[in-house]
Design a protein around this ligand. Sequence first.
Ligand code: GDP
Length: 392
Amino acid sequence: MRVFFIGFGQAGGKIVDMFIEQDKKAPTRSFRGIVVNTARTDLMGLDNIELKDRILIGQTVVKGHGVGTDNVTGAKITADEIDSIINTIDNRGTHDIDAFVICAGLGGGTGSGGSPVLARHLKRIYREPVYALGILPAPEEGRLYSYNAARSLSTLVNEADNTFIFDNSAWKNEGESVRGAYQRLNDEIVRRFGVLFRAGEVSKSGVGEMVVDSSEIINTLRGGGVSTIGYAVSETVSKSTKQKQGFAGGLLRGLKKREAAEEVLTGEDKSAKIIGLVRRAMLGRLTMPCDYTTAERALVLIAGPPNEMDRKGVEKSKSWVEENIAGVEVRGGDYPTESSKIAAVVMLATIGDAPRIRELMEIAKETKEDVVKSKERRSSMFDGDEIDPLFE
Ligand code: GDP
């Protein structure tokens, strides 16, 4: 799929920078990207986005210092300067793309406020679908972040064609700070979504047995709402065999060779391996942990060396996913890569119930009530008419 990424705010900018870096290493170019921010320093720190594709907005309002965590200002600035963002997108070229993907941390100010505004305008102007990849804040970042994320997400789901969720709190390790985990989390995000978004692109290793093209991803996402993805990876036999042979000393070599011969996979084994991977992907940690049985649609994707691909394995995996989700639409296929690894991605689209989002909405409701109460308390402090104001 040819994707036009727009990185909004600090988190979004860094992630798009990494998608472009990943794309540069791929055999063919599938991604292009621009970044938008109200903070000049965040734009400076990127490596793979051309200078002309880094847009600083809100200069007259915040003078390049960012909007802090004020997403209302982030939304307003974006609406005021939407023309310059759209111009940059047009200059970069959109005629050959399959979809837009807006990436942003939803708990902050710029990306949180700006993403839904941009999604609305992109949808009005272009025919291609507009997706968002939204990052949820960890509760430890404070209630304001959760409040911002809840407001941003509930707007975004009505503007974007579908919103992928990555939950920072589910992915950071116990005892680790969110900030300290950013690099690792971003690696996880780009690895997973990179496999998904590159599906259907021509690779040097040839064409897959069952090609997934971009229209299948788009159809799977047609239901809207929020989506999550699972991922699992395994070394191919030839690589693990090579490693074993490499590690084994002279005496052990003969024995290891015999083991290796036994490891050559038959068709059945290949299928079993693929089914095992798909199960691990769906039952393991999702980008947004949730009840996968509530997904309306799904897409199963296998990427790896051509000799590891197996039509029956993909078909059986699709059936297994179909048995386990609410809906009946499960698409799937494979694409060959030159990697020594075989990866499975399961995209669970249009999730019906996600406790994490319920929790976020609950925190946001309480926060709003507390803000109203404290405002009332503050204003009542100066109630009464004993003291005359200086002037009316
Ligand atoms: P903005 O620049 O105003 O849009 O706000 P930020 O992007 O700095 O922060 C918004 C949210 O994104 C917060 O919840 C941060 O914890 C999170 N965040 C910031 N940088 C990163 C990052 O590099 N990776 C991830 N996964 N999350 C980030």
